[in-house]
Design a protein around this ligand. Structure first.
Ligand code: SF4
Length: 249
């Protein structure tokens, strides 16, 4: 297969991926040519993809965004995962000058005060590092699932990301949380201990809290905002976010 961005080619790729299992989906996209990058937040979905890449030895780069505000449990899981699967996870962080400018304008924790301030923080700590992680990439692999939230209910297996000019692939789009748990169990995949403490979705420490029984999986992310706006900018076009963009894991 070769990389084509036409709507017909993307639709064909989407249909092909729909019929394959996870490892085959990843194998297919890694064979498209160019540079395939998987960005992991170390969340349970992303750990499944990392495991599939590592266990099959696929030529897919694994990268993470070290925002500087992660839980220690998440930081510790990076090295544990590298050892478990014999891979290197590339780390991309924010620029100190950008952090200083943000703190001067909004305060270090200014993200609680307004959506604009929160998006500005995500821009500095997530979107800028994401841009570095995806520089030169032709394929971006993510752990998005349709069942994670209403925002993600229509997630395709493959789509063209015009803003970044690459093909975005979501190989877990149709997986349930039960599918995820079964894979983790069967492959002894290391996971963040916070999952067992009520955190199904884990982002930066100051912006993530445990959820109550029955709440949606992502209810603990930016919980002080309303549902419609609760993404960080990684998976929505910058123009569709706020003046200062922000939506990734
Ligand atoms: S999740 Fe919170 S701490 Fe992390 S980059 Fe976004 S606003 Fe900043």
């Amino acid at each position: 297969m070769s990389i084509q961005n036409s709507p017909e080619a993307i639709a064909s790729l989407d249909a092909t991926l729909a019929k394959a299992d996870l490892t085959e989906r990843l194998r297919l996209v890694s064979a498209l040519g160019g540079r395939a990058v998987f960005t992991t937040s170390l969340g349970i979905e992303d750990q499944v993809i990392t495991a599939a890449i590592g266990l099959a030895g696929l030529p897919i780069e694994v990268a993470t965004l070290e925002t500087g505000r992660l839980f220690q449990e998440t930081v510790d899981l990076i090295s544990e995962t590298e050892e478990r699967f014999g891979i290197t996870i590339a780390k991309f962080g924010p620029e100190q000058d950008d952090i200083d400018a943000y703190a001067a304008k909004y305060g270090l924790n200014g993200f609680y005060e307004s959506v604009e301030a929160r998006h500005a923080c995500c821009h500095v700590r997530k979107l800028v590092p994401l841009g570095k992680a995806l520089a030169g990439a032709t394929i971006w692999i993510t752990g998005l699932r349709r069942a994670q939230s209403g925002n993600r209910a229509a997630t395709p297996f493959a789509e063209y990301d015009a803003e970044r000019n690459l093909i975005k692939v979501n190989p877990l789009a149709d997986w349930s949380i039960e599918d995820i748990d079964a894979y983790v169990e069967s492959q002894a995949v290391p996971t963040n201990p916070l999952h067992k403490r009520g955190y199904p979705s884990i982002g930066c420490e100051p912006c993530t809290r445990a959820i109550k029984p029955g709440e949606p999986e992502r209810a603990g992310r930016w919980w002080w905002e309303n549902d419609e706006k609760r993404e960080c900018g990684l998976h929505v076009p910058e123009a569709a976010a706020t003046p200062i963009a922000s939506n990734i894991a």
